[in-house]
Design a protein around this ligand. Structure first.
Ligand SMILES: [Zn+2]
Length: 202
C-alpha cells in the first residue's frame, strides 16, 4: 500500500508538505479523494502528492514521480465555492503527464511533431477532459466553467518552444476529451493522440 516500505516518499521542497500528513479537513479530504480517483482512472500511482506554499501553479515532477500543487493557486482556482471541479481538472491535467510518462508517450509525441510541448500539453488537456467527463457521471459538473478556465490557461507565444497552445485550442482539446465517453484510459489516450495529430499541434 503505497509508502509502506522503506523511506516514505518525501516532498522535497522546503515549502512542501505531503497531503497525507495534513490535518484532517474538508480540504485534505478533497485532495486525497481526488488523487485516489485519478490514480484509479489512469491506472498508476504517484509516490507523493505535495502541496507547496511557494509555488503558484501545479506540476508533475518526473524524476520523483510526484504531483506538486501550489496551495494558494489551488485555493484561487477552486474559489468561489462551486469551482472545486476546476481545481480537480488542473490536477487531472498534471496526472495526465504522469500517465504520458508511464506509457512513453512523451517521446512519441515529440517525434510526432517538433513543437513537442504543445502536442504534449494538448494531449494532457484531452486526457484531463476525458477524466472529468467520466467523473461527471458521478458528480454534478458544469462543463462551461472548466472550458473557460482552459481557455484562460492558453498562451499566445506561438513562436516559443514553451508554447502550450492558444486558449481556443486548449479548451477545444479539453472539451473533446470530456465528450469522449470511455472508462478505459488506453482508449482515451489513443483517441487523444488521434485528436492532437489531426488538430495539427504545430
Ligand atoms: Zn501540462
Amino acid at each position: 500500500m503505497g509508502a509502506a516500505t522503506g523511506a516514505a516518499a518525501q516532498c522535497a521542497g522546503p515549502y512542501q508538505y505531503n497531503v497525507d500528513e495534513m490535518e484532517g479537513s474538508v480540504f485534505k479530504q478533497v485532495l486525497v479523494t481526488t488523487r485516489d480517483e485519478i490514480e484509479r482512472f489512469f491506472n498508476f500511482r504517484f509516490d507523493a502528492f505535495c502541496m507547496d506554499e511557494e509555488e503558484y501553479g501545479a506540476y508533475y515532477d518526473i524524476r520523483k514521480n510526484t504531483l506538486v500543487v501550489g496551495t494558494e493557486f489551488f485555493l484561487d482556482v477552486a474559489n468561489p465555492p462551486g469551482n472545486i471541479n476546476r481545481a480537480i481538472a488542473v490536477i487531472a491535467h498534471e496526472a495526465a503527464h504522469a500517465f504520458q510518462t508511464k506509457h512513453g508517450l512523451l517521446n512519441m509525441l515529440i517525434e510526432t511533431n517538433p513543437h513537442r510541448v504543445k502536442c504534449i500539453e494538448l494531449h494532457a488537456d484531452f486526457l484531463a477532459g476525458g477524466y472529468m467527463g467520466w467523473r461527471a457521471r458521478l458528480y454534478d459538473i458544469t462543463l462551461s466553467n472548466m472550458t473557460e478556465m482552459f481557455f484562460d490557461l492558453g498562451d499566445a507565444q506561438t513562436g516559443n518552444d514553451g508554447h502550450h497552445g492558444l486558449g481556443a485550442e486548449r479548451f477545444l482539446s479539453f472539451r473533446q476529451g470530456y465528450q469522449t465517453v470511455t472508462d478505459d484510459e488506453i482508449t482515451l489516450s489513443s483517441m487523444g493522440i488521434a485528436y492532437v495529430s489531426q488538430a495539427k499541434c504545430d
